[in-house]
Design a protein around this ligand. Structure first.
Ligand SMILES: Nc1ncnc2c1ncn2[C@@H]1O[C@H](COP(=O)(O)OP(=O)(O)OP(=O)(O)O)[C@@H](O)[C@H]1O
Ligand SMILES: [Mg+2]
Length: 360
């Protein structure tokens, strides 16, 4: 099991110096707009992923007019206490340690504290471009498989180098094709690994999402999800060879796993364009609940769940269904924010589980 018992935040966003004790498995966090609910969840996110859910730029998270921040968490993992500390130094250098043991690579921490977030802007996962869906799948697979994350880091690094080489080809007459060959040879094993893992994973994951969607929607709907990848038709090596001229014209790599997507259909039409807001939200929850189930199964204990403002635009029945799934059927720790304290307490009371309420 995994639980967070206390978090201390120093110079982090709107928090100068505060700590919170989490005494129950279900933690409700209330407060007006701007009170710091999302920021508190983001501090928890830092402890799990060594970074913010919202921005890659750590300096954005330092309290205005301060230098550096510190987040410290007291956790219990499989009955053993652990202390995780994330420090952004005044110099901009970030350090992350567990039990005073500093990581040389932060990527090694990913997956130690599995965590699922549901936040309002996540609707982008359904309506946004393919990058959003790849980021979701990559975050999930990285928590499950450290090797996946390493291959992903390699792929992205080589891809940047390859794209800048292609750009330089357009600017000079001298085209170093041998260097392009070398980069391709480095890109291929990483791309092959990622493709194979995604393909294997989707075999069980996509039907699970469909199943959960239909549970939330209560009436079965004709929804279908497919893995979309050029690598289903040809190997990365073949793709890179075929598109080499095109890549040189476009000055970027036009095929590879960085173009993969999940295609979603409703009654055989594009889900994005025809689904209602409620249907989109249901699909978002289905994806996140599926993520939760997969993490739980693979890790042997449930992930931390961070639910930020999820009640907006949901009818009362859907709120109860969702809370029942995440608080009662799931035995992991759950943090839920809401601006409306009355609504949150009413729903938590209905669940008949112990909970703690923090008012900011
Ligand atoms: N780097 C920062 N330094 C100081 N204050 C910050 C910083 N970043 C954000 N804030 C402040 O934090 C507050 C927003 O907090 P947060 O987003 O957690 O609110 P919230 O309780 O989730 O509100 P809502 O109900 O609107 O979602 C804002 O007042 C914002 O000005
Ligand atoms: Mg918020």
């Amino acid at each position: 099991m995994l639980s967070l018992q206390r978090i201390s935040v120093l110079q982090f966003k709107n928090y100068s110096n505060r700590f919170f004790d989490f005494t129950e498995r279900i933690v409700g966090i209330c407060g007006k707009n701007g009170a710091g609910k999302t920021n508190l969840l983001d501090a928890i996110h830092y402890l799990c992923f060594t970074r913010s859910y919202f921005t890659r730029l750590d300096s954005n998270n330092v309290q205005r007019d301060s230098n550096g921040f510190r987040i410290e968490g007291d956790l219990v993992l499989n009955d053993k206490p652990e202390k995780a500390v994330c420090i952004l130094r005044e110099t901009g250098r970030k350090e992350f340690s567990v039990n005073d043991d500093a990581y040389d690579k932060f990527s090694r921490h990913i997956g130690r504290y599995p965590c699922v977030v549901i936040a309002p802007d996540d609707a982008q996962l359904i309506t946004g471009d393919s990058r959003e869906r790849r980021a979701f799948i990559d975050a999930l697979l990285s928590q499950l498989n450290a090797e996946y994350l390493q291959h992903l880091i390699t792929y992205q690094k080589i891809l940047v180098q390859r794209n800048s080489l292609l750009k330089s080809f357009a600017e000079t007459r001298n085209k170093d094709m041998a260097l392009l060959d070398v980069l391709d040879q480095q890109l291929i094993p990483a791309g092959d690994f990622i493709f194979t893992k995604r393909k294997e994973f989707f075999i069980s994951f996509l039907p699970l999402v469909k199943h959960l969607y239909n549970e939330i929607a209560s009436n079965p709907e004709d929804i279908n999800l497919f893995y979309e990848s050029e690598m289903l038709q040809a190997s990365l090596e073949e793709l890179l060879n075929i598109s080499r001229n095109k890549d040189m014209m476009a000055q970027r790599t036009t095929s590879g796993i960085h173009r993969d997507d999940i295609e979603i259909q409703l009654t055989e039409k594009d889900f994005k364009t025809i689904a209602s807001q409620g249907q989109r939200k249901s699909l978002l929850f289905a994806l996140k609940l599926a993520e939760m189930e997969v993490l739980k199964k693979e890790k042997g204990f449930p992930p931390l769940l961070l639910l930020d403002d999820v009640f907006e635009k949901l009818d009362e029945d859907r709120i109860s269904n969702l809370l029942n799934k995440v608080c009662v059927e799931n035995e992991g720790q759950v943090f839920i924010t809401d601006t409306n304290e009355e609504r949150l307490t009413r729903h938590l009371e209905d669940l008949q589980v112990k909970y703690q309420l923090i008012t900011l």
